[in-house]
Design a protein around this ligand. Structure first.
Ligand code: ZN
Length: 293
C-alpha cells in the first residue's frame, strides 16, 4: 500500500491563546520540524512570524528558517507565500522563494499556489464575522497563478496546489491541460471548519465532495487540512482512500486532546494510518511519491 505523507502545518498565523506550543521564532519552528520528523512527518509547512506573533514577510526570516530546519533535520520544507496577509504582485509574493534559490542556494522543496480566489473573512468563536475582517478576499488571479507555475518549475521546486473548493479543482485541471504543471500534481484540499467559510466544511461530506471531483485525466497526489477545525475525524476517510494528511497547530488548537504539541498530533496520525495498513513515508520516499528530483 502507498505510504502516507504527513505534513506538519506547524503555525500558520495561529495565536498561543488556546495552545502555547505554536512555534513563532526561527529556532522554535526548526525544533518543531525536527520533532515532527521524528514523529513521522515528511513535510513541514511554516509561516514566518514576528516576536509578537504577527506575520513576518522579511526575506531573511524565511532564509534563516530554511537554514535552521536543514541543519536540524532532513524533512521536506514548504514555506508560505504569506497568504492573504501579503497582498502584492505575483513577483513580490514569490520573491523570497526566488532569492533562496538564486541568491543563497538554500532552496526549499515545495512552494504553494492557491488555485483561485475566495472570501476569507475571519469568524470568531461565537460564530460572528470579525468586523474589520469583512473586506478580506484572498486573491489569486489566473495570471498570478500562471506566473507561480512557471517560476516554481524554473526554480525546480514542487508546486503545492491548494484547493479550497471545486472551482479551484477545475483551475488545477485546466493548468494541467495547458502543460503548466508536471505529473503527479500535489494538491491539498483546504477544508475551513470554523475560521472562515472560503473552503468546504471540515465534514465527511465536505471532504468527499472534493475527492469525488478529482479529475480523471490528471494524476494527483492529494492531502487534506482543516483550517480552523479538528482534522482527526477526517483522517481515516482520507487515509483509506489513498490521500495524505496535513495537520498541525497552525490550523487548530486541538484542545480536545488537552494542549498537544505538533509532534503529538503527528504521532496520532501515524497511529490511525497503521490501523488502515499504511506506513508513513520518509522524506526520501515522499520525494519519490511526489516526483521531486
Ligand atoms: Zn500556510
Amino acid at each position: 500500500m502507498k505510504k502516507l505523507i504527513i505534513e506538519a502545518r506547524v503555525n500558520e498565523y495561529a495565536p498561543r491563546t488556546r495552545n502555547k506550543h505554536v512555534p513563532w521564532s526561527v529556532s522554535e519552528i526548526a525544533q518543531n520540524a525536527a520533532a515532527c520528523r521524528s514523529a513521522g512527518a515528511s513535510v513541514v509547512h511554516f509561516h514566518s512570524r514576528k516576536t509578537d506573533g504577527s506575520p513576518e514577510h522579511s526575506y531573511e526570516s524565511y532564509r534563516d528558517t530554511v537554514k535552521a530546519i536543514r541543519a536540524a533535520t532532513d524533512i521536506l520544507i514548504h514555506p508560505t507565500l504569506g497568504y492573504v496577509t501579503l497582498n502584492a504582485p505575483a513577483a513580490e509574493r514569490l520573491s523570497h522563494i526566488r532569492r533562496m534559490v538564486e541568491d543563497d542556494g538554500v532552496p526549499p522543496d515545495i512552494a504553494p499556489m492557491d488555485m483561485g480566489s475566495t472570501n476569507v473573512s475571519v469568524i470568531d468563536e461565537r460564530g460572528h464575522y470579525v468586523p474589520d475582517q469583512e473586506e478580506r478576499v484572498y486573491q489569486n488571479s489566473t495570471a498570478t497563478l500562471h506566473y507561480f507555475a512557471d517560476h516554481i518549475r524554473k526554480y525546480k521546486l514542487k508546486p503545492y496546489l491548494q484547493i479550497w473548493n471545486i472551482s479551484f479543482m477545475r483551475e488545477m485541471e485546466q493548468f494541467f491541460k495547458m502543460g503548466w504543471l508536471d505529473a503527479p500534481v500535489f494538491a491539498e484540499f483546504v477544508c475551513t471548519d470554523n475560521h472562515c467559510i472560503g473552503g468546504h466544511p471540515g465534514t465527511a461530506k465536505g471532504l468527499q465532495a472534493l475527492i469525488d471531483f478529482l479529475p480523471e485525466q490528471v494524476p494527483v497526489e492529494w492531502t487534506v487540512c482543516n483550517y480552523g477545525g479538528n482534522l482527526l475525524p477526517l483522517a481515516a476517510q482520507a487515509i483509506s482512500q489513498g490521500g495524505h494528511i496535513s495537520i498541525g497547530l497552525g490550523d487548530y488548537h486541538y484542545n480536545e486532546l488537552g494542549e498537544p504539541t505538533n509532534a503529538e498530533l503527528i504521532a496520532r496520525v501515524v497511529q490511525i494510518a497503521r490501523e488502515y495498513g499504511r506506513e508513513v513515508a520518509t522524506p526520501q520516499e515522499a520525494k519519490q511519491i511526489l516526483g521531486i528530483h
